[in-house]
Design a protein around this ligand. Structure first.
Ligand code: FAD
Ligand code: SF4
Length: 514
């Protein structure tokens, strides 16, 4: 072999130019690695989904005539990514090592070290996945300052001519249909939510390896996983989304319920794992959604498809830009000086707060929660309770099947914890119980009373919210979108304000028992 090419678990792009035709002089290396399985405690289903997707990808490459060395945890016990690449290149006596650009800073550092140590020439190639070329990130994003998603998104719409009437006019004359996308699910709507398309991919052999190597994990372990692990699965899930979920995607994007078996999926696509492993490309997903909209205009309105396109062309590309422009400084951001430990119910779901119990319980069961559960339930609670951002990051990075640092970190530390003081969010995503009540039915079966701010049975989020706003008054008052809230606080009498702050302090002092 003259060349060793490395493919990581999140680089399963079958359309990559490397794979167009087999080359007898090229060996592909795909490997399960102990440090990757343990750099954070992952959800069991996340470990299994990645390993099975890698295994299937290696098999597909072999079937297509490529030479592939697939190594399992059994083969790589003492290896790091760097040592494995260097040793394999040496054993195979190759002249060249070819890598694909990693999405995570940690891996980039490892690749730099490979380049320094290797005797062969080392080159890094594009993954051919994202829409914005990596080199252009500095043109669109400035480090350590506010970069607004909406601004970036409009540029991307124009550049790729997506949902555009002409060069400058968006379809239907509006860039953003967010205000039409905030419906709560009513009981009569529940019956129409489609059953989710779940896969039944056998991972019993991977579970044995996880056990044999004593890999620590969190969440529910199962011998079958319901995530797509091949391009075929991913395309099937995309088709299912376009056929059944897109017509209501935007409408119920922010809704939450505990009243139906579909409560954990609703109208969300669950394509994030397939996208983040690159089994499917953002371009393909966007095109499929827009074609569906064009063919079914009578049933699917623009607000649904624009809402979906914004998540992928907008948010997903944007957080990648924000990650790379701010690394490695992102890791140390803690502008609100949050220091508290994450309570133990984040690993059990065992709390009397029904919203948290539902969001955490479903995350432990399925390695999935949708955006509003991540942002406005668990994220909001951590923000209001001043949980140390590294602990929040670690939990999010471990528990979700789609969690990779480039997308997890800006969403968690920046958007949800406001630890950067506003690089992504123009104001903290802080909310009292009334937001949860507006968007869900969680409160009706909760131990706590969402209408109360003080007293033993009052919703903890209410007093914690006002404590947070009061504490950060000086910082937040500068923001015109927020100053009106302080009017509401100031209008309450001093005794009531003290009682709310006392209740909040009690909740923080007794956070484990909430
Ligand atoms: P859908 O609701 O169907 O949306 C479609 C697609 O849009 C998603 O698959 C995803 O690729 C993209 N998308 C939507 N919102 C975002 C966003 N804010 N950032 C980037 N892409 C987005 N997403 C991850 O992929 N990995 C993570 O580790 C991750 N961590 C998060 C942590 C927090 C605190 C928050 C608030 C959000 C996080 N997100 C993360 C974003 C979002 O919650 C998930 O992408 C989404 O819930 C995945 O489910 P879905 O595929 O059903 O999404
Ligand atoms: Fe959550 Fe408060 Fe509603 Fe209970 S009452 S579900 S704690 S918002």
């Amino acid at each position: 072999f003259h060349t060793l090419r490395v493919i990581l678990g999140d680089q399963l792009n079958a359309s990559h130019k490397w794979l167009r035709k087999p080359d007898a002089g090229v060996m592909y290396l795909i490997a399960e690695l102990h440090p990757e399985a343990t750099y954070v405690t992952h959800h069991n289903q996340k470990l299994c989904a990645f390993f099975l997707a890698m295994e299937k990808f290696a098999q597909a490459l072999t079937d297509a005539g490529h030479h592939v060395r697939y190594l399992t945890l059994d083969d790589t016990v003492d290896e790091t990514l760097e040592s494995l690449i260097i040793d394999t290149a040496h054993t195979l006596k190759v002249k060249k090592i070819e890598l694909q650009r990693p999405d995570e800073y940690r891996v980039l550092m490892q690749y730099k070290s490979v380049a320094e140590q290797a005797k062969q020439s080392v080159s890094i190639h594009d993954t051919e996945h994202f829409m914005l070329p990596f080199e252009e990130i500095p043109k669109h994003f400035k480090p350590k300052m506010s970069n607004r998603m909406e601004h970036f998104y409009r540029k991307m719409r124009k550049r790729f001519n997506i949902l555009m009437e002409d060069e400058n006019t968006p379809v239907a004359g509006k860039w953003n249909f967010d205000s039409a996308n905030r419906n709560k699910l009513k009981p009569k709507d529940m019956a129409h939510i489609p059953e989710p398309l779940l896969f039944n991919n056998d991972v019993s052999h991977i579970q044995e390896r996880i056990k044999r190597h004593n890999i620590q994990y969190l969440g529910k372990a199962d011998n079958a996983i319901l995530w797509p692990v091949t391009r075929h699965d991913a395309l099937h899930l995309l088709q299912f989304f376009c056929d059944h979920l897109l017509p209501n995607f935007g409408r119920y994007q922010d809704a939450m319920t505990d009243q139906t078996p579909q409560k954990w999926t609703l109208y969300h696509s669950r394509l994030s794992f397939a996208l983040n492993t690159k089994m499917i490309s953002p371009k393909h997903v966007i095109k499929a959604a827009i074609l569906t909209y064009q063919y079914r205009k009578k049933e699917i309105d623009i607000a649904q498809v624009e809402g979906f396109v914004r998540q992928i062309l907008g948010w997903r590309e944007y957080v990648r830009g924000m990650y790379w422009i701010n690394m490695p400084d992102y890791h140390t951001q803690n502008k609100l000086d949050a220091k508290r430990d994450l309570p133990s119910y984040f690993w059990s779901g065992d709390t009397k707060m029904n919203c948290l119990s539902q969001a955490i319980g479903q995350s432990l069961e399925f390695a999935y929660a949708h955006h509003i559960q991540r942002l406005m339930v668990t994220g909001n609670f951590c923000l209001l309770s001043e949980i140390e951002p590294s602990q929040v990051d670690e939990w999010y990075l471990g528990i979700y099947v789609d969690a990779l640092e480039w997308v997890e970190l800006p969403n968690t530390r920046s958007m949800s914890q406001f630890a950067d003081g506003g690089w992504i969010a123009s104001k903290p995503y802080a909310a009292s119980g009334s937001y949860i009540q507006k968007m869900s039915d969680y409160c009706s079966s909760c131990h706590y009373d969402v209408k109360e701010k003080v007293g033993e049975s009052s919703c903890p989020l209410n007093s914690l919210y006002w404590r947070f706003m009061n504490k950060h008054r000086e910082r937040l008052l500068k923001n015109p979108r927020i100053s009106v809230i302080y009017g509401n606080w100031d209008r309450q009498d001093a005794q009531q304000r003290d009682a709310i702050l006392n209740r909040a302090q009690w909740c923080l002092d007794n956070i484990e028992s909430l």
